[in-house]
Design a protein around this ligand. Structure first.
Ligand SMILES: CC(C)(COP(=O)(O)OP(=O)(O)OC[C@H]1O[C@@H](n2cnc3c(N)ncnc32)[C@H](O)[C@@H]1OP(=O)(O)O)[C@@H](O)C(=O)NCCC(=O)NCCS
Length: 145
């Protein structure tokens, strides 16, 4: 397993991971990333990837704000799920942010797998945004810092 910042040449591999997730679970409100929205986010956010050999198997997108890195998307290819890739990648991001920054993210109330992942890593639930998602669901805000 190795970690690398991602750039334009990795865009297609990132899209392929999201397509594989959508193929597996459908376009659920818990993870709503149509390709145009995803393309815009990939183009403007920072990204870090986790590789198995030469293959990109997971990535995180985040935005740098003053004192905070705000995570907008985390995704592992379904073929590689539950093998610790995203835990390892987020630990890498936690180390990289240093002590002077926090990590923030929001997650759909029904995305229990992602909530488990964040809580295991030590993220704390810090707030709620009711009716945040298209389906009227609440966003749970998590902070690490
Ligand atoms: C959520 C996601 C990123 C987890 O990635 P992953 O590489 O499989 O994560 P890990 O292997 O590091 O798993 C860490 C923990 O998450 C939870 N988890 C992840 N996948 C799970 C599954 N299929 N079933 C149950 N728990 C699961 C478990 O608590 C797991 O710890 P454990 O294996 O010790 O029990 C991945 O399933 C994914 O891409 N999901 C679709 C996209 C998404 O929902 N992103 C989050 C939106 S903000």
């Amino acid at each position: 397993m190795r970690f690398e910042s991602l750039y334009s040449p990795h865009k297609e591999a990132m899209r392929a991971i999201v397509s594989a997730i959508v193929e597996r679970q459908g376009l659920l409100p818990q993870f709503y990333w149509p390709m145009d929205l995803l393309g815009a986010e990939i183009a403007t956010a920072e990204s870090l990837g986790v590789f198995e050999g030469e293959l990109l198997v997971g990535f995180v997108l985040y935005r740098e704000l003053p004192g905070v890195w705000e995570i907008s998307l985390v995704a592992t290819h379904p073929r590689f799920s539950r093998r610790g890739f995203m835990s390892a990648l987020l630990k890498q991001l936690i180390d990289a942010k240093g002590r002077e920054r926090e990590l923030w993210l929001e997650v759909h109330q029904d995305n229990h797998l992602a909530q488990q992942l964040y809580e295991k890593l030590g993220f704390q639930m810090s707030g709620r945004r009711p009716k945040y998602y298209q389906d009227g669901a609440t966003a749970l805000l998590y902070t690490y810092g």
